[in-house]
Design a protein around this ligand. Structure first.
Ligand code: NAD
Ligand SMILES: NCCCC=O
Length: 113
């Protein structure tokens, strides 16, 4: 994908490689947060009345729309996609018309998620 970015939006290869590294770190960061969220699921909340039980149940907010610029096409997409997926949301990505080919490749990569 790093070598596709210069063709798609004109970003130099070195910077494209750095963006790819950042994107991978971003996925790892949100994957850790997602595991943390799973661990907090159904956490009990103390309640003074014994007849009641309270729990925190976290649910995805729903489908989210993600608008992404051309100058960091991969990284800006991952800043948004990774946390949407980590929160369990389906996402509709609207790339810039100046860097849309890369996102078709990205969609192929993420089809299995
Ligand atoms: N550009 C950056 O360096 C940068 C850095 C950090 C975060 N972001 C975030 O990325 C997002 C987009 O960044 P931007 O504002 O620089 O991009 P931008 O102004 O280049 O817009 C990106 C694309 O959004 C589309 N667009 C604009 N308005 C729209 C609308 N109402 N509905 C559907 N599509 C629309 C256009 O097709 C455009 O090509 C923002 O959320 C921004 O905070 C951008
Ligand atoms: N290091 C990446 C910065 C991206 C845009 O603000």
């Amino acid at each position: 994908m790093a070598s596709d970015m210069p063709v798609d939006c004109g970003k130099p290869l070195k910077e494209s490689e750095a963006d790819l590294d950042d994107a991978i770190s971003c996925f790892e960061y949100y994957a850790d947060l997602a595991e943390g969220l799973d661990a907090k699921q159904n956490a009990p909340i103390s309640f003074p009345l014994k007849a009641f039980k309270s729990y925190v149940i976290k649910e995805p907010i729903g489908v989210v729309g993600l608008i992404v610029p051309w100058n960091y096409p991969l990284l800006m997409a991952i800043w948004k996609v990774a946390l949407a997926l980590a929160a369990g949301c389906a996402a509709i990505l609207k790339p810039s018309e100046l860097s849309s080919v890369l996102h078709l490749l990205e969609a192929q990569q993420q089809r299995s998620i």
